[in-house]
Design a protein around this ligand. Structure first.
Ligand code: CUA
Length: 234
């Protein structure tokens, strides 16, 4: 039995290391472009590391058992009758429970940080989602635009609303995502940190043209933003 344990532990370590290498080498997410992104990426890394290790453990036990303890030619026995193992069952209940509760707590802390109002003035944008378009209203300046434009390093409060069905506001470079739900207003906070052009992509299946429900997003410097505001107000 000892040699089986050594083999299983060694294979699990190798499997987990290979998965970790894969996650590190394959770019899973685009470059970060918001203050919120770093914390989300750390959360993702922790979840992938834990998930990868557990996946390796389960797969190694499964595949190893199927191969090492398979029925040999000429063996017609039923095998020993086994019924329950209180110690083992307690362990495989307590450990996953502790892992899930820890991840839930960690996720809750990150979510709280994402939604917490920043010190200082926020730029408010009312995001109106509809089948199949986005409209961005700037109540502090009194105009509406088909594109979302924000000054760099300025905290922005997005007030999300939907005119018909549930949509979801998602700019992958900012990481954060929030549903737009008819009949209620949801809040999402972003502080863009990199000047550039992005795209909001609806992330909730909302009908035939869900795939096309996109809108341009641009992050510009403060002067360019003020100039754009002046042009829009004319
Ligand atoms: Cu709106 Cu999908």
């Amino acid at each position: 039995m000892r040699k089986h344990w050594i083999a299983v532990i060694a294979l699990t370590i190798v499997g987990a290391a290979l998965l970790a290498l894969l996650f590190l080498k394959v770019p899973l997410v685009p470059a970060q472009a918001a203050k919120q992104a770093a914390q989300i990426d750390t959360l993702l890394t922790v979840q992938l590391a834990l998930g990868g290790a557990i996946f390796a453990l389960v797969m190694v036990f499964l595949v190893y058992s199927v191969i090492a303890f398979r029925r040999r030619p000429g063996d017609t026995d039923d095998g020993p009758p086994t019924e329950g193992n209180a110690a083992l069952e307690t362990v495989w209940t307590i450990i996953p429970l502790a892992l899930v509760l820890s991840l839930a707590t960690y996720g809750g802390i990150v979510l709280r940080d994402m939604l917490r109002p920043p010190p200082g003035q926020e730029l408010v944008v009312k995001v109106n989602a509809m089948q199949f378009a986005w409209l961005f209203e700037y109540p502090q300046y009194g105009f509406t635009s088909p594109q979302l434009r924000m000054p760099v390093d300025q905290p922005v409060l997005l007030r999300l609303a939907s005119r018909d069905v549930i949509h979801s506001f998602w700019v992958p470079e900012f990481r954060v995502k929030m549903d737009a739900v008819p009949g209620m207003e949801k809040h999402l906070r972003i502080t863009p940190t990199v000047i550039g052009n992005y795209q909001v992509q609806c992330a909730e299946l909302c009908g035939l043209l869900h795939w096309a429900m996109r809108a341009p997003v641009s992050v510009v410097d403060g002067a360019a933003f003020q100039q754009w505001i002046a042009e829009q107000r004319k």
